[in-house]
Structures are given as structure tokens and as C-alpha cells.
Design a protein around this ligand. Structure first.
Ligand code: ARG
Length: 466
């Protein structure tokens, strides 16, 4: 059994079942890099402020660097009796340096230490996720570029509604991913705030310099209130919320890919590398990757709920409940990053089937709105035009014909002001081409939107000519 750091106060040993219940080492060991970086910055600050000697500061920094090397190389033996990664590293340091090692925790508590470690970890992961989202946007934009003229039905209520460009559909997701990036970028300001120097909860009697710890760690700001510094987990909640929104976006696209790759739609084919077969039905190719992305959305949203519930009702300042933040957070990070990366890979190798999309443009009277718009140009009030077209559609349906297959006299029974021009308005291509309103699906508008997206993600496909 490892000697406990609070041994002075205690006569008896911790019960084994309590040790098992309270330890976090099995999962917080992934914070070793951040813990060591934070402790080195802290030791150097202590030396700069004359709280320990410069020689001691450098000895501690060197000892920590050596422990870092040991962990990286796999030499480091994690003792399960150590309560957490902070104790594991500190006890190894004392092991190596003796008395000097015992000075690293001067003017610090694990409460501000763990908050710093998680902030350092999350800053890096949030930046990584922003980069992952860029990769995803890149894949979406490239796919849009490969199929500039492809038209498919746009849906409302999952009923065919109006023809749209496939690229326009993809760019709708690009808007979501752009907002996802922006939300994370904004959160980074609140993640990169160093809590070190709050100590246990009330600050410290030593003449510390919190800025001198924050700066070398790349954090522009330091905490303002010591109680808040050790108990604030808003930055984790924010990230979990943003991650949940990202997963919801991915899940919506996943759902479309699942539908679209079914024989009923057939709009896309999933690459073999992203699908699996069935152990019993030889003909099957299942969309497991989008299904799992959709499924894991529940898990990430669940972590957000778990975190909210953990924090609800906690009195100030640190409470051990806060240790429960880590598994939620780590799994959220791992899941959302993998999902974003896999969705990018999937889009990169997606097989698009324009002919199947084109086939779905028939039979749904997708240009009925265009006919109404046309009648408005002839002076018919929109509501009246709507009704006239509705009657025309009902008639066409009874004849098992498309609107454009009707004769002009047939149309004029319901829309007396229609002339031959109406057939031009009923064409699918023209329907798309005419939607030049801002943010609309007309090719010129979509080309602008594509260029804008490319500029945002730092890509120029026009010059690159893929
Ligand atoms: N393992 C703890 C956590 O994750 C570290 C802080 C422990 N602090 C304490 N006062 N027991 O929150």
C-alpha cells in the first residue's frame, strides 16, 4: 500500500474497497503530459518568486522531464494504489529527488492542479476538433465540386418538395460545421484560463505569480476568484454541449446517408471500406459507420446530461464529485473526434448516383410551385395561383401524367391565364436555375457559396483543378 500524502493526519489505512471506489488513476493517467507541463511551469514560478531556490526549481523541472520520458517509453510503473495521476507523478518525483521533490506542491493544491490539467487537455483537443471539422468541411466541399450540376429532390416532411442541387444540400451541412467551428473557437477563450494559484480554495500565503504559470503554458488569462477557479466546470459543460450539437449535425447527415444508400433511394453507394456485411444474409452491405455515428450521438448527449447532473447542487468550492467530470469528458472527446473524422472519410469516398437522383425527380410534381410562380407573373394572385395549380396537380394525378405531359388546353381548364410559356417553367432544370434569390439553389448562387466556403477553409479548388 502506498504511503498516503495525508498520512500525518491518519492512523489507519484506507480500506481496499474505498481505494478502488475513489481512485481515478485508471482514467486520469491520460493527463500525464498536462500534469507534468503544469508542474514544471509551477516550479519555475516558485523559483522566480524566491519561494524555492533556482537550483531546486531546475531540479524539479528536470526530474519531471525525466518522468515524462519514463511514461512515454512505457517504463513508468503505475501503482494502482496511487489515487490519481497527480499523486502518481508527485510520488515518483519524491522518489527520485528526495526532499526537493516534496517542494513541488508548495502554494498549490490538487484542486487547482486538476482544473489546470483538464483545461490544458481540453484546449488541445478543442483545437484538434476544430481542425477535424475543417477536414470534414474539405471533404464536403470537394464532393460538391465533383458534382456541380447534379439535381435531386429536396424534401420537407420526407416528401419530395422541390428540385435542388446536390451541392446545395452538402453546403447546408457546411454551414452547420462552420458554426460548430465558431462555437468551439469562442469557447477556447474560456478554456484557456489558468486556475493555478487558487490553491485549495482560498488562495495562498506565498507571493505567487499566476501569470508566470499561465504564460509558458500558452494561456493568456488567469482566474479572478479562487473559489470559482477550483469549482468551475462551465468550460467542460460548454464543450459537451458543443460536442452534442456536432453529433446531432452528424447524426442528421448519417440518417440521410442511411436512407440514401437503401435500395429504395439508391442516391449514393457507401464505399466498401465504410460498410460491413451480414453474417447470415450474403447480399447485405450495411451502413454501420453512419449508424454508429447516429447511435453515438445519444452517448455524447448523455454525457452532457451526466455532467449537468454532477454539477447541479454542488456547494462551493471543490467536491470530490468533480472527479466524475473526466470520464464523461474523455469519452465525449474521443467519440466526437472519431465521428467527425470518419464522416470526412466517408464523404471522401462516397459514390454519388446522379441517375438515381434524377429518377426521383419524376412523379412528385416537384415544379408545381414554379407553375404557381409563373401564374403570378401573369397577374394571378399567389393564393389563387396555388389553388389553380393544386387543381391541375389533382387532374394530372388522375391521368397518371406529369404536369409537363399535360396539353395546354388541359392546363387552361384550371389556369385560364396559362400560355405555352408554362412548359418552360415546369422543367426541372429551370426550376433550379430560377432560384437565384440569396442563399438559393441556383447554380450561380451555389457556386458563390462554394467559393465562400473554400475561402473560409483555405482551399481553392478552382485553381487546384481536381
Ligand atoms: N482526482 C481528483 C479529481 O479528479 C483530483 C483532485 C483531488 N482533490 C481532492 N481534494 N481530493 O478531481
Amino acid at each position: 500500500m502506498a504511503q498516503k500524502p495525508w498520512g500525518g493526519r491518519f492512523e489507519g489505512d484506507t480500506d481496499k474497497s474505498v481505494e478502488d471506489f475513489t481512485t481515478s488513476l485508471s482514467f486520469d493517467r491520460r493527463l500525464y503530459r498536462q500534469d507534468i507541463a503544469g508542474s514544471i511551469a509551477h516550479a519555475r514560478m516558485l523559483a522566480k518568486q524566491g519561494i524555492i531556490t533556482p537550483a531546486e526549481g531546475e531540479q524539479i523541472a528536470a526530474g519531471l522531464a525525466e518522468i515524462y520520458r519514463e511514461i512515454e517509453s512505457g517504463e513508468f510503473e503505475f501503482d494502482p494504489a496511487q489515487e490519481d495521476i497527480h499523486m502518481a507523478i508527485e510520488s515518483r518525483l519524491t522518489n527520485r529527488l528526495g526532499e526537493v521533490g516534496k517542494k513541488v506542491h508548495t502554494a498549490r493544491s490538487r484542486n487547482d492542479q486538476v482544473a489546470l490539467d483538464v483545461r490544458l487537455y481540453l484546449a488541445e483537443e478543442a483545437e484538434g476538433l476544430i481542425a477535424d471539422l475543417r477536414g470534414l468541411r474539405l471533404a464536403g466541399v470537394r464532393l460538391a465540386h465533383l458534382h456541380p450540376g447534379v439535381i435531386l429532390p429536396g424534401y420537407t416532411h420526407l416528401q419530395r418538395a422541390q428540385p435542388i442541387l446536390f451541392a446545395h444540400h452538402l453546403l447546408a451541412y457546411d454551414e452547420m460545421w462552420r458554426r460548430d467551428q465558431a462555437r468551439l473557437g469562442e469557447s477556447l477563450q474560456r478554456i484557456k484560463v489558468s486556475p493555478l494559484g487558487a490553491a485549495a480554495l482560498a488562495g495562498t500565503t506565498f507571493p505567487i505569480d499566476p501569470q508566470a504559470v499561465a504564460a509558458p503554458l500558452g494561456f493568456p488569462q488567469t482566474f479572478r476568484n479562487s473559489l470559482d477557479a477550483v469549482s468551475d466546470r462551465d468550460f467542460i459543460l460548454e464543450f459537451a454541449a458543443h460536442a452534442s450539437i456536432i453529433m446531432v449535425h452528424l447524426s442528421r447527415l448519417a440518417e440521410e446517408l442511411i436512407l440514401w444508400s437503401s435500395s429504395e433511394f439508391g442516391f449514393v453507394g457507401l464505399p466498401d471500406a465504410y460498410a460491413t456485411g451480414s453474417s447470415i444474409m450474403p447480399q447485405k452491405k450495411n451502413p454501420d459507420v453512419p449508424e454508429l455515428i447516429r447511435g453515438k450521438t445519444g452517448r455524447v448527449a448523455g454525457h452532457l446530461m451526466g455532467l449537468l447532473m454532477t454539477l447541479k447542487g454542488l456547494p462551493l468550492a471543490y467536491n470530490r464529485d468533480l472527479q466524475e467530470d473526466k470520464e464523461h469528458l474523455f469519452d465525449t472527446v474521443d467519440t466526437v473526434r472519431a465521428s467527425v473524422q470518419l464522416m470526412g472519410g466517408l464523404l471522401e469516398s462516397l459514390e454519388v448516383r446522379p441517375e438515381r437522383m434524377a429518377a426521383a425527380l419524376h412523379g412528385g410534381f416537384l415544379t408545381a410551385t414554379d407553375m404557381a410562380d409563373y401564374l403570378v407573373t401573369k397577374g394571378v394572385p399567389f393564393r389563387t395561383a396555388h389553388e389553380q395549380v393544386g387543381n391541375t396537380v389533382r387532374y394530372a394525378e388522375s391521368q397518371v401524367k406529369e404536369l409537363w405531359e399535360l396539353s395546354l388546353p388541359e392546363i387552361q381548364q384550371f389556369a385560364p391565364l396559362a400560355d405555352n410559356e408554362v412548359f418552360d417553367w415546369l422543367k426541372i432544370d429551370n426550376s433550379v436555375n430560377r432560384r437565384t434569390s440569396p442563399g438559393g439553389t441556383a447554380p450561380a448562387r451555389v457556386a458563390e457559396a462554394l467559393e465562400r466556403a473554400e475561402a473560409e477553409i483555405g482551399l481553392n479548388l478552382h485553381e487546384q483543378k481536381i
